[in-house]
Structures are given as C-alpha cells and as structure tokens.
Design a protein around this ligand. Structure first.
Ligand SMILES: Nc1nc2c(c(=O)[nH]1)N[C@H]1C(S)=C(S)[C@@H](COP(=O)(O)OP(=O)(O)OC[C@H]3O[C@@H](n4cnc5c(=O)[nH]c(N)nc54)[C@H](O)[C@@H]3O)O[C@H]1N2
Ligand SMILES: Nc1nc2c(c(=O)[nH]1)N[C@H]1C(S)=C(S)[C@@H](COP(=O)(O)OP(=O)(O)OC[C@H]3O[C@@H](n4cnc5c(=O)[nH]c(N)nc54)[C@H](O)[C@@H]3O)O[C@H]1N2
Ligand SMILES: [Mo]
Length: 764
C-alpha cells in the first residue's frame, strides 16, 4: 500500500500551502487506514487488533463507539472507519493501570502531565479512592466504594445537592438505570454531554416540527437531489457518512458544504474499504463549497430564501410549495416579512458570501425536488444556535422538504448513543408525559422540579448547592467551558465519582473525596450470571439495535456500567426502593422489560431488538404529523445575529482535529489540515496575521473577552490558514479555558464554543 505523504511528514507544524487547487491526496485514503492499523498494533497487539476489527458494527458484534452515524443494511466486511478503528483500539488497549501506578504517581505529579499522556497509560483495572487530604489514589473494594458513596449521598440536606452527569457512550440499559436511580434518589439533576452538543437542535426542532430528533433515514440519502452540510466536518468526525455522500454524489446528487474552513475531506474523498482492496480512488464530494463567516449561517440562509421568494413572485407561484405551506405550517407571513426586510448589504456582510455564490445555491435549491439538511456543532454552539436550526427548518419548509422521502432534517449526533441516552430519560427537564409513564412503569415517584444542565451544575457546585458529583463516563472538567473555573467548582464538592475506562483530567480535579470506578468498554464481553449479555443503542437516525462485546475484559475487577449503576443504587437507596436493582442486572432482558413498561415506543423491546437490524423508533414528523402546540410546523422570523467583535479582535471557533475523540487525544496531528505534532495552535488568515505583524510559527498569548472579564491561554503557535478574515480557530479542549461559562445559547443553554471573541499578543 502506498504511504500517505502527509502523515509521514515529520515537520512540527506543517503550514498548508494556500488551498487554491484541490487537495491532491484523497481523504480517508491509504494513509487513513494505515495510520489506524499502526495505532491499533501499538496499543492492542496483533491478535487483539484483528479480533476487534472483525467485530465492529457487525450484526452480532458491538456498536462502534466512534460516532452515531447508522450502519447500512448491507455491511461490508469492515464497516468502520479510520477513527472508529482508533476509538476501538484505544479501548482495547493492552496496557494496564495497576495500583502500583497510583502508588508511584501522586495527584500533583499526574496533574502536571498532558491529557494525551494520561490517556496513554492504559486501562483502569480496579476501583480506587482518593481519601480526603491524601495525595494518592489507593485501591478500594467495590462494596466499600458503594458504601462510601451511599454515606455521602445520604448525608446531603436534599437530593438536589447531587448531580448525575452522563456522557453519550452509555448504553440504553445503563442510561435507563442511571436516570431511574437519580429520580428514585429524588432529583432531576441529570446534566449530559448533549447540553454542550445538540441541545440546540433538540430545542429548535421540537418547537418547530414537534420532534427533537432528525427525520431522515439512511435510505433518504439515496433519493435526495441536494444535501446541504452546514457546520459539520464529516471527514474527521463522521467518516462513514462520507460513503453515503460519495454514493449520492456519484448518482448526481448535489452536495453543498457551508463552512468557514475548506475542510479537505469534504472536497475530495476516497473510500477506505476500496483502499483495502488496493483500489484507492477519490471522488469530488462537494459540488459547491461555501466559505461562510463564523456564525454567518442565518444571513446566508436568509439570502437563499430571499432569492427563492423573489423567484416565486416573478414566476407567479410554483417555486414555493404553497400546498404544503397552507396545509402544514403557521408563521409564513412572519418569515416572508423577515426575508423582505433583510437587505443584500446585511446578508453579504454578515455571511461573508458574495451574492453570486448565494444565487448559485438558490438555483440549485430551486432545481432540487428533495433536499436534506445535515448539520453539527458549527450550527449548535452559538448564542443564536436555536435560531440557526429554526432558520434551516424555514428554508426546507418553503419548498415542502419536510416529511417526505429523500428530504428532511439531519442533525448528525456525536457520541454513539447520545440520542439513546435522551430517549432513556437522561435529561434535566423531562416532560410530565415522560415522568408519568416512567412512574407508572417502575412504581417510583419522580421529582417534578427541573434539574440542572451542565452549566447550571457548575454554578451550583461553585455556590455550594451541589456537593456530590457523579459521572457515568466522559471527561467533565476538560469538556466543559472555563476549565480552571470548573475545576475550582468541582474542588468544592464533598465527593466526586467517575465511572471510566481510562485515566483523564476529571480524575485529577476532584472533590474532597473521589472515587474512580473502572468499567467494561463496548468491545468487551459482559458476563452476568455466567451468560453473555448484550446492550442496545440508538443511532442518529433512531434505529435501535444490539451491541455485544467479545474481547476478554481488561481486568477481572472491571464491572459493566449497568452493574455499577444498579449496585450503587441498591447501596444508596437501601430500604427506600422496591426495585430489584441487583436482579435486574443479572439478566439484561429484565432491564429491557422494565424499559418496555416505562418508555414510549419500546413495545416488545426484547423481541424486536433481536431482529438482525433492530428496529426504528416512530417519528411523527416523518409522517407529516406535527406534535407542536398548533399541530403545524412553526415557521419563525429569525433576525440576522450580530456578535459584537471590537476592532482588532477576532471571532474564534473551537474545533476537533483528526486525531482526537473529544477530550481523548490519540496523536498530535491533524492530517487533512496539514498540522502535525502540535495542538496548541491558532489558525489565522494571512491578512489578519499581516495586520498584526505576526508570522506563521510565532507564539502568541490568546485572550478572550466577555462582559468585561478576560481569560488567557499562553504560548499557542500561529498557523496561517485559509479562513475568512476576522475569524480564527483553535482546538477543543486546549482552548476551553477561553470559553466563558456564562456565554450560552439562548433557550438551549449550550456553551457558545464556536463564537468566542479573542485578541492575540505576541508571547513574551
Ligand atoms: N474522530 C472524531 N469523531 C467524532 C468526535 C471527535 O472528537 N473525533 N466527536 C464526536 C462528537 S461528540 C460530535 S458532537 C461530533 C462533532 O462533529 P463536528 O460538528 O463536525 O465537529 P467540530 O470539529 O466541532 O466541527 C465543527 C465544524 O463546523 C465548522 N464551523 C464552526 N463554526 C461554524 C459556523 O458558524 N458556521 C458553519 N457553517 N460552520 C462552522 C468548523 O469549521 C468545523 O468544520 O463528532 C463526533 N465524532
Ligand atoms: N470548546 C469546546 N468544548 C466542547 C465541544 C466543542 O466543540 N468545543 N464539544 C462538546 C461536545 S459536542 C461534547 S459531546 C462534549 C463531550 O464531553 P464528554 O462526553 O464528557 O467527553 P469525552 O471526551 O467524550 O469523554 C472521554 C472519556 O470517557 C471515558 N470513556 C470512554 N469510553 C467509555 C465507556 O465505554 N464507559 C465509560 N464509563 N467511560 C468511557 C474515558 O475515560 C474518556 O477519558 O464536549 C463538549 N465540549
Ligand atoms: Mo458531541
């Protein structure tokens, strides 16, 4: 196999040549596969690696923990991508973290290490405790760990002084038990990673089309005439989506990408499976690439709508889908008003996209009968993020692109089961309908007062109102905004509990006492009562299916997430609960039976999920039934947002590199962007650099500005990059100390990680 020329580069920061001509090497090509195989061999060893790759996303294998993109009905032998392979290899790590490791390394010592180093130390193998005043974690027996948690939780003045965080990798079974435990304990404090991710999509969609999820299925991508990709970088974050896009492009479907960066994998792409057959070839993905300004999406969408409406008027109808609009929507006049009001000056200045380019998009949109809009974090992490989503709905509705084959909305989820966790009730603001059904099915009496989301939890810890913090996976302190502030908030807790597979920053920024509870990962066989169990997950398109690990667990003391949650619940609730917690986890069918009784849409759960491809949850909006207040799609007038960026300042977005999964850093490279060996970088346009007298490779201190407060990170290297003037990008999580905790999206509360106002100064 030919080596990938970019990944073999040894230079520290490879500054990419101006991207005037198309990137010559196909993304996800030979280098992609080679690099994940190399990574797997290094971390897992040959036998384990082969075993792992054979079972990813197969019907009787485990669900890839990489992302939430669905599996096609016709799976190829290896239905995974480079990054999925890497996520899997990272979990199947042959290295072990023993009690000796913790005896050798104090908390202070570990704090001084990089996140990359921490995750590279191997799998956690036994429960550990950090006792008040101690500098080292020490082993603790499972039973003693639960007793300790129980005594701290039961000593609280109120159940609302505890918060239970979930990261989106937890299975449906684990998530269901977890929220059941929190609500049995007496609180809705169930913050989750969704609060920082697609919360804005959920809010925007539930209030417009009446469901909080996407409406399309994989089959719709085979019928669409146009796919819009807004604020999403699938080449890196959802590589298997590229297969779907490439297939669509090959049959003539238009694909328009809207992004401040020219993400190479969206421009050119080669199919990794073809590469395995030594056939590597590339195909143009995007028919049009629109380099919008950060947060210029509403202006751009407004411009497209303006042209669509004008054309309809010019032709005397036939462009707008009047039949759909009259039968299915309310609020059209308000939308038309906002479209008429917007001036071209404002549209072009705010979007940063020339009028001719917007005209080209509008022509393609009007020539397409079936349009899908996909989006991710570039849309959801802004102050006006919910408005962004509503404007996407407006655009689609104008031509009836909702609830019909080959058309609809597709918020592309991040974590592999983040959507399922919500379906299972991991949500701080559940509806009365959900709670009533849960209570009827389980016999508990759920609290009704809404709980804290992620940002509110941090505030409550700061204020001493939350004293016990428990996390089912994730890396709370690194993933949340304002890192030092969040760390200080956690330090005020009496107890922090982390259920984890690998060491991370959140194990080091703890409460007075801390528990580290090691769990099985997706890839590992989960034996209960001598019988191998499977769990279930829900993908981005509402398909619920099985996931069953095969590997020998990384250690004999590891327990499954459902087991840990159930035993914690039994210890904490004692005689206060009538639920048979420990018996539920002896046979997971029993958990699923309880889910069937307690959650809408899970009739005959155990039977249906045993079908080869699982089953699809009903989605009313797909059938043009709108569960909104009016029973119709709510069209809304969205103002073009204006973020105040003072002269000299830049608008900064935090983005993911190729070699990371959220806070887990696999390697220090970002191959498709040509950045190697360094993550503490800031991407700036050559014009903005020249204005500031800066050059590529310079070290700068970056300061964010919000409501008069300043936050600074030091010594980031400047990379000249093809990015609109006035815009800049840095990596998540290195840039999180710059993201102000109180800068949140309206309605959804999502931290505005894609619009941070910053200034640069040459580092002394
Ligand atoms: N390998 C890998 N896969 C992952 C993850 C990972 O870290 N690594 N994370 C998972 C998770 S939890 C999630 S949520 C998804 C995230 O998937 P993405 O949303 O694709 O991830 P980000 O890197 O945050 O990318 C945001 C993209 O939006 C663009 N963007 C930023 N601001 C704007 C804007 O204002 N307008 C527009 N139009 N574009 C904008 C950025 O340039 C970037 O291309 O990926 C999931 N999959
Ligand atoms: N600035 C900025 N901040 C962001 C974002 C951004 O774009 N910019 N994105 C946000 C988004 S979209 C998200 S989803 C959040 C992510 O926030 P989180 O979900 O909290 O973070 P992750 O990095 O995905 O969590 C990684 C940790 O999960 C643990 N883990 C891995 N597998 C398992 C498992 O099977 N079980 C258990 N129990 N633990 C496991 C490992 O210990 C690992 O260290 O971050 C958000 N933060
Ligand atoms: Mo996410």
């Amino acid at each position: 196999m030919p080596a990938d020329p970019l990944s073999s580069s040894k230079s520290l920061v490879r500054v990419p040549a101006p991207l005037k001509k198309p990137y010559a090497h196909a993304a996800a090509g030979p280098g992609a596969v080679l690099s994940s195989i190399r990574y797997a061999l290094r971390t897992s060893g040959v036998v384990r690696a082969v075993h792992v790759f054979k079972n990813v996303n197969q019907r009787h294998g485990f669900d890839c923990p990489g992302c939430a993109w669905p599996d096609p009905d016709h799976r190829s032998v290896a239905e995974f991508c480079e990054n999925g392979a890497r996520a899997v290899a990272h979990e199947a790590d042959a290295r072990r973290l023993s009690r000796d490791f913790f005896a050798q390394h104090s908390i202070e010592d570990l704090r001084a290490r990089s996140d990359h180093w921490l995750e590279q130390q191997g799998r956690l193998t036994e429960p550990m405790v950090l006792r008040a005043g101690s500098c080292h974690y020490e082993p603790i027996a499972w039973g003693d760990a639960f007793a300790l948690a129980a005594s701290e939780l039961n000593a609280l003045g109120s159940p609302d002084e505890a918060a239970f965080y979930t990261s989106g990798r937890a299975s449906n079974e684990a998530a269901f038990l977890y929220q059941l435990f929190a609500r049995s304990f007496g609180t809705n404090n169930l913050p989750d990673c969704s609060n920082m991710c697609h919360e804005s999509s959920g809010k925007g969609l539930s209030t417009t089309i009446g469901v909080s999820k996407g409406t399309v299925q994989l089959g719709d991508f085979e019928q669409a005439d146009l796919i819009l990709i807004l604020g999403q970088n699938p080449g890196t974050n959802h590589p298997r989506m590229l297969s779907t896009l490439a297939a669509a492009a090959r049959r003539g479907c238009k694909i328009i990408s809207v992004n401040p960066l020219r993400e190479r994998a969206l421009e050119v792409f080669a199919h990794p499976q073809k590469v395995l057959g030594l056939l590597g070839y590339g195909a143009a993905i995007s028919s049009q690439y629109v380099q919008v300004r950060i947060n210029g999406d509403v202006a751009l969408l407004k411009g497209i709508m303006k042209l669509v409406v004008e054309e309809d008027r010019k032709r005397g109808g036939g462009v707008l889908d009047r039949a759909f609009l009259e039968a299915h929507t309310v609020g059209l006049d308000a939308v038309l008003g906002s479209v008429d009001e917007a001036s071209w000056d404002e549209i072009v200045t705010s979007s940063g996209v020339p009028r001719e380019e917007i005209e080209e998009i509008a022509r393609t949109y009007m020539a397409s009968e079936r349009v899908i809009a996909c989006w991710a974090m570039g849309i959801t992490q802004h102050k006006n993020a919910v408005g962004n989503v509503r404007e996407i709905v407006n655009l689609l509705a104008l031509r009836g692109n909702l609830g019909k084959a080959g058309a609809g909305v597709c918020p592309v989820r991040g974590h592999s089961n983040v959507q399922g966790d919500r379906t299972m009730g991991v949500y701080e603001a559940p509806s009365e309908e959900f709670l009533a059904r849960l209570d009827a099915g389980t016999g508990i009496t759920s609290p009704r007062a809404p709980g804290h989301d992620v940002v509110a939890t941090i505030h409550a810890m700061e204020g001493g109102r939350v004293k016990v913090f428990c996390a089912l996976g994730g890396n709370f302190v690194a993933a949340t905004p304002d890192t030092p502030r969040t760390a200080a908030a956690l330090a005020r807790c009496a107890l922090t509990v982390q259920v984890s597979t690998k060491l991370n920053r959140s194990h080091l920024e703890t409460g007075r006492t801390a528990l580290l509870l090691p769990c099985l990962g997706r890839t590992e066989a989960d034996l209960q009562g001598g019988k191998r169990q499977f769990v279930t997950v829900e993908d981005s398109m509402s398909v619920v299916h099985r996931s069953e690990g095969r590997l020998r667990p990384a250690g004999e003391h590891l327990r499954s997430e459902p087991w840990i949650v159930a035993h914690l619940a039994a210890a904490v609730l004692g005689a206060r609960t009538r639920l048979p917690w420990t018996s539920l986890v002896e046979e997971y069918d029993r958990i699923r039976d309880l889910i069937e009784e307690s959650v809408e849409g899970f009739e005959r759960f155990n039977e249906r999920v045993r079908a080869d491809d699982g089953f699809v949850l009903a989605n009313a909006a797909r059938e043009r039934t709108w569960s909104t207040a009016t029973g119709r799609v709510a069209l809304t007038a969205q103002p073009i947002p204006h973020i105040e960026v003072p002269p000299g300042a830049l608008l900064m977005m935090t983005i993911r590199s190729h070699d990371q999964f959220n806070t887990t850093i696999y390697e220090l490279n970002d191959r498709y962007r040509g950045i190697h060996g360094e993550r503490r970088v800031i991407l700036v346009s050559p014009e903005d650099l020249a204005l500031r007298g800066l050059e590529g490779g310079d070290h700068v201190d970056v300061t964010s500005h919000f409501r008069g407060a300043e936050r600074t990170v030091r010594g980031f290297r400047v990379v000249p990059y093809d990015i609109p003037r006035g815009c800049t990008a840095m990596y998540f999580p290195e840039a999180n100390p710059l993201v102000p905790l109180d800068s949140q999206a309206d309605e959804s509360g999502t931290p505005t990680s894609k619009s941070v106002v910053v200034t640069l100064a040459l580092a002394p």
